[in-house]
Design a protein around this ligand. Structure first.
Ligand SMILES: Cc1cc2nc3c(=O)[nH]c(=O)nc-3n(C[C@H](O)[C@H](O)[C@H](O)COP(=O)(O)OP(=O)(O)OC[C@H]3O[C@@H](n4cnc5c(N)ncnc54)[C@H](O)[C@@H]3O)c2cc1C
Length: 349
C-alpha cells in the first residue's frame, strides 16, 4: 500500500494534521494506540485570554479566529455539532481583583473579550460575594465527540490503524519510508507527551505538566456559563460538569494524585453551593515546552520525518494553525514561524 503520509497519534494535533493533508488531496494512514491522551481529558475550553495574569495568550485572537473557522468546517463536513460558544464567568475573590478586571477590560486588546461590567447578581448555586466578570466570544469544543467522529471517517476510508507505531520497524531512506507494508513520502509524529519515547526526537525539550480533573454530577448547578476561579467548572449537559485542572510539573504519570484531587475538591467547595457527586477522578499530562510555544518542524537529518507537538494547555486554539504551518512547510517549502520551529532548540535529535 502507498500513501502520501503516515501520521502517528490522533489527538488534536494529529486530527488537525490529517485534515490539512486530506484537504490538499494527500492520502494518509493514521496510527493511534488509543491510550487516552491529553485531548481525551481536556475540557476543550477555547479562550485566548489568560485570566490569572490578564494577558493575552501568544497570537491568541488570530489563533482563535483560525480555529473556530476550522472546527466549523468540520461540523459541516461531519454533520455534527462540536463547538459550544459559552461565556466564561471569572469569579472575583476581592476588590483588588475587581479593579484588575476593570483595568484589563479597558485595554484595547481585551475589549472584544472582556465585558467591563462587574456582575453582582449571582446564581444561588454559586458562591461569589465579590461578583464576577464575563469573557465573551469563547466556549468549549467537544473534543471526544470530534475525535470519535473523525476516527469513523478514517475507518470508512481505510486510513486508520488502531495500534502503537513501533519505531524500530520503520525503514527510511532519501526516497521514501517503509513501515509494515506501507510506503509513504512523509511521516508526521503527533504523539503528545508519548514523544518522550520517540528515538527520532529523543532530546525534545518536552516538559509535560500533569493535570488532575474530576467529573461531577450536580443538580441545580448553573450551566449557563463556564465558571472560573482557581479552577474551571465546565458544563457538559445533563447536570454533568468537568472540574479542573491542577498543574504539576513533576509528576510524569497519567494517574490521579491525592494532592491534586484534594486541591480540586477544596477549590470546588469554595465556589459551589449545591451538593455534588464525583463521577470520576482522572489525570493527564499536557505537552508543554519551556518557552510555552508549540514545537514543530522537520528532523534535521531525515527530511521526510516531521513533528507536531508542544500544544501545551491550549491545544484547541493552537492545533489547527500549527498543522497548517507544518503542511505549508512540507509541501510549499514555506518557512515555519521562528517562534514555533523546532530549530530554535539546538541538539534535539
Ligand atoms: C487536564 C487537562 C486539561 C486541559 N484542558 C484544556 C482545555 O480546556 N482547552 C485546551 O485547549 N487544551 C486543554 N488541555 C491541553 C490539551 O489537552 C493539549 O494541548 C492537547 O490535547 C494535545 O494534543 P496532542 O494531539 O498533541 O496530544 P494527545 O492528545 O496526547 O494525543 C496523542 C495521541 O497519540 C497517540 N500516540 C502516542 N504515541 C503513539 C504511538 N507510538 N503509536 C500510536 N499512537 C500513539 C496517543 O494514544 C494519543 O491518542 C488540557 C490538558 C490537560 C492534561
Amino acid at each position: 500500500m502507498k500513501v502520501d503520509a503516515i501520521v502517528v497519534g490522533m489527538g488534536l494535533a494529529g486530527l488537525a494534521m490529517v485534515d490539512h493533508l486530506q484537504k490538499r488531496g494527500k492520502s494518509v494512514m493514521v496510527f493511534d494506540s488509543r491510550q487516552k491522551g491529553a485531548s481525551h481529558r481536556a475540557a476543550g475550553v477555547y479562550n485566548p485570554t489568560i485570566l490569572k495574569r490578564y494577558t493575552m495568550a501568544w497570537e491568541g485572537p488570530a489563533l482563535l479566529k483560525y480555529a473556530v473557522s476550522f472546527y466549523r468546517k468540520l461540523e459541516l463536513e461531519l454533520e455534527q455539532k462540536f463547538l459550544h460558544p459559552l461565556s466564561i464567568a471569572r469569579i472575583f475573590s476581592s476588590v483588588a481583583e475587581q479593579n484588575m478586571w476593570t483595568t484589563a477590560a479597558d485595554k484595547k486588546q481585551f475589549s472584544y473579550f472582556l465585558n467591563p461590567s462587574l456582575h453582582h447578581t449571582v446564581p444561588p448555586s454559586i458562591k461569589a460575594p465579590f461578583g464576577f466578570g464575563l469573557v465573551h466570544h469563547v466556549g468549549r469544543l467537544n473534543i471526544p465527540k470530534l475525535l470519535e467522529s473523525y476516527q469513523e471517517k478514517l475507518i470508512s476510508s481505510n486510513s486508520w490503524r488502531q495500534e502503537p507505531f513501533q519505531y524500530n520497524r520503520l525503514v527510511h531512506n532519501k526516497q521514501q519510508l517503509l513501515y509494515d507494508g506501507i510506503t509513504a513520502q512523509h511521516l508526521i509524529f503527533c504523539e503528545g507527551v508519548s514523544a518522550w519515547n520517540n528515538p527520532f526526537f529523543k532530546d525534545l525539550p518536552l516538559r509535560g505538566s500533569h493535570g488532575d480533573i474530576i467529573r461531577i454530577y450536580a443538580e441545580g448547578l448553573d450551566s449557563s456559563r463556564i465558571w472560573k476561579s482557581g479552577l474551571f467548572i465546565v458544563p457538559q449537559g445533563e447536570n454533568l460538569f468537568w472540574v479542573g485542572a491542577s498543574f504539576n510539573n513533576h509528576c510524569k504519570q497519567n494517574i490521579p494524585t491525592d494532592k491534586g484531587q484534594e486541591w480540586l475538591v477544596q477549590q470546588l467547595e469554595r465556589v459551589i453551593n449545591v451538593p455534588y457527586e464525583i463521577q470520576s477522578s482522572e489525570a493527564c499530562i499536557r505537552p508543554t515546552i519551556g518557552d510555552r510555544r508549540p514545537l514543530l518542524g522537520t528532523h534535521p537529518e531525515y527530511n521526510r520525518i516531521h513533528l507536531l507537538n508542544g500544544l501545551g494547555s491550549r491545544g484547541v486554539l493552537t492545533a489547527p494553525q500549527m498543522a497548517a504551518y507544518l503542511c505549508r512547510a512540507i509541501y510549499d517549502e514555506l518557512p515555519l514561524p521562528e517562534a514555533v520551529n523546532l530549530e530554535r532548540f539546538s541538539s534535539l535529535c
